[in-house]
Design a protein around this ligand. Structure first.
Ligand code: ZN
Ligand code: ZN
Length: 372
């Protein structure tokens, strides 16, 4: 079978896999090659821990301090500490990465390691975020901007780090038969293409936020602030495009056209000064779908539980209070694990955000809008 394909393709033609390399230098004899070593894979998967750069606006880079620090995307002292038990919170994502944990029960992670990324130099991590890290969050457009700025910086940092991992997926078909080679190359094209699209969207938004930072004008953002009476039992920080409303209705089609940037939503759930906040933020130019999404949230019979569904189903950068998790019924725990598994990769789970269960993750107090 493989022989026949070889003859058909021609050794000097470009390879079928889309690499733009001649077949003879690419997939010819791929089935006979030595499979990739797991140590190589492991190293590449950990690249996210070793990549380093400062995400402050480039105009400030001449003032960067030498050392890139492990920046928390969710504050350790004011947020994670509030829900930790013996310095640990729970994480689904870490469970997903551990081979032995096949049922995806969230596992313990130390708060020094939770939510960190090597995305700011020491000076800028301190200077940029101390207004809400060292003082209580004040719901101002400035504080909301800073939180979105950090979230966006992290997402871009991670998407760029992950790119190296995708390069490796492309090589994972060594030693496999032609059908498997084709399957792996298709997966690579899909994942890498999506990741590239997201990187270009995030860079566009980052440039916009960098400008706001420099000009100190934060009017091109809109925020919905949900105040909680106590620290949220589930803390999260992420940005992405949401396509379905809280009633399961279609809010926006996420297209594969690089020129067509979807409306992105930034989500943060954290605590400050003993209280809790969930903040949904977006660029004003992304308001159409996001305001529609908020409309479906306001119509939901339980705003806090709907938000929990959104956070668990769409976000990986999520940390859970061990005490709260342990108190949930077995059924509710399983529901949440299933919801995490269902995630945004496949949108067949149309009613993912609808729930009638009271999970008690957030002590809801009131909603504030920061629209222009
Ligand atoms: Zn090839
Ligand atoms: Zn810096």
């Amino acid at each position: 079978m493989l022989e026949g394909d070889r003859v058909k393709l021609g050794r000097n033609k470009l390879c079928w896999c889309g690499s733009n390399i001649k077949y003879k230098h690419c997939h010819l004899n791929r089935a006979q090659q030595t499979p990739l070593q797991s140590s190589v894979l492991h190293k590449e998967l950990n690249r996210f821990n070793t990549d380093k750069k400062c995400s402050a606006p480039s105009i400030l880079h001449d003032k960067c301090s030498k050392k890139i620090v492990k920046a928390h995307s969710i504050s350790k002292s004011s947020s994670l500490k509030e829900i930790a038990v013996d310095g640990h919170v729970l994480s689904f994502f870490m469970a997903q990465r551990s081979k032995s944990n096949t049922n995806l029960e969230p596992i313990k992670v130390g708060i020094n390691k939770a939510s960190i990324f090597n995305g700011f130099c020491g000076k800028h991590d301190k200077e940029l975020f101390s207004p809400f890290e060292d003082q209580p969050f004040d719901s101002s457009s400035y504080h909301c901007f800073l939180i979105m700025f950090r979230t966006l910086s992290r997402e871009l940092f991670i998407k760029e780090s992950v790119k190296g991992t995708f390069g490796l997926i492309k090589e994972m078909d060594r030693g496999k038969d032609l059908d498997q080679q084709k399957y792996i190359q298709e997966r690579y094209q899909y994942l890498n293409g999506n990741n590239d699209l997201t990187i270009s969207d995030l860079k566009y938004m980052k440039a916009s936020l960098d400008k706001m930072f420099i000009s100190k004008e934060y009017d091109n953002l809109e925020h919905l602030i949900i105040e909680l009476d106590s620290p949220p039992r589930v803390m999260a920080s992420a940005i992405g495009g949401v396509n379905l409303g809280f009633d399961g209705s279609l809010i926006q089609e996420i297209s594969q056209d690089p020129k067509c940037i979807p409306d992105y939503l930034c989500i943060n759930s954290f605590s400050s000064d003993g209280k809790g906040y969930i903040i949904l933020s977006w660029l004003t130019e992304h308001k159409i779908s996001n305001q529609q999404l908020i409309g479906t949230l306001m119509n939901s019979h339980s705003i806090p539980d709907s938000l929990l569904m959104l956070i668990i189903s769409r976000i990986e950068n999520v940390y859970i209070s061990p005490l709260w998790w342990d108190k949930l019924s077995n059924k509710n725990r399983l529901n949440l694990i299933e919801l995490y598994k269902s995630d945004a990769v496949q949108d067949t789970y149309n009613d993912a955000l609808i729930t009638t269960v009271d999970y008690g993750a957030f002590d809801y107090q009131c909603v504030k809008y920061l629209y222009n």
